[in-house]
Design a binder for this molecule. Structure first.
Ligand SMILES: Cc1cc2nc3c(=O)[nH]c(=O)nc-3n(C[C@H](O)[C@H](O)[C@H](O)COP(=O)(O)O)c2cc1C
Length: 189
């Protein structure tokens, strides 16, 4: 693959919210984690954690979503609970990316979360390079402490995202170019 092919891949990543089977294979997943674990990481703290859900464990994740949501609001309607239960089934694989935050004199927590965000981005790019569709989501459940406990997160661990992965179904959205002049400033003096 030449440089322009690589750049074309970098320039064309986009999220897809309709994801169906098959889930990434073991080999594809391994390539994605290899990329994720190459994220920049101040002081080499390696804050990144990835929990992979596929098949039956997606049902289990749905149950945990329901339990955690009820803990926050015990009056949720049956319809709402059903929707929450089915959330993990929006794709054949869901990866929960989290950061284990350490106290470090030179690396504030925000940098450890940024590093984990970079690892998720590397994972998304490696998915895209292999033709796998993906969507990074958070929502209230990412910040729900009951869910964190149910998932067995450490005391100082935070969820950075739910990454949905699978085969893209339906057409891709047409990418609109983002005007560079609104975001990029060349400081020359
Ligand atoms: C930390 C983070 C959390 C996100 N959470 C959600 C979410 O909960 N729901 C959603 O629809 N999009 C969410 N997004 C945005 C999508 O992943 C996606 O980037 C956005 O729809 C733009 O599409 P694009 O990636 O194709 O440019 C989140 C993005 C980030 C970086």
């Amino acid at each position: 693959m030449n440089t322009s092919d690589c750049l074309e891949l970098l320039h064309s990543r986009q999220s897809h919210n309709k994801l169906v089977a098959p889930a990434p294979t073991k080999e594809q997943l391994s390539n994605m984690f290899k990329a994720a674990l190459r994220a920049p990481d101040h002081a080499l703290l390696k804050p990144w954690r990835f929990r992979v859900f596929e098949g039956k464990s997606l049902d289990r994740l749905g149950e945990l979503f329901v339990k955690a949501s009820l803990e926050e609001n015990s009056e949720l309607s049956e319809a709402k609970l059903e929707k929450i239960k089915n959330k993990p089934h929006r794709a054949p694989m869901v990866i929960i990316a989290s950061a284990v935050l350490k106290e470090h004199p030179k690396v504030p927590h925000v940098e450890q979360i940024l590093s984990t965000g970079a690892s998720v981005q590397n994972l998304l790019m490696a998915a895209h390079f292999q033709g796998i569709g993906a969507m990074w989501r958070t929502g209230g459940l990412a910040f729900n402490h009951c869910l964190m406990d149910l998932l067995g997160l450490d005391q100082d661990e935070v969820i950075v995202g739910f990454v949905y992965l699978g085969k893209e179904e339906g057409d891709k959205r047409k990418l609109k170019p983002t005007p560079h002049e609104e975001h990029i400033f060349y400081i020359t003096e």
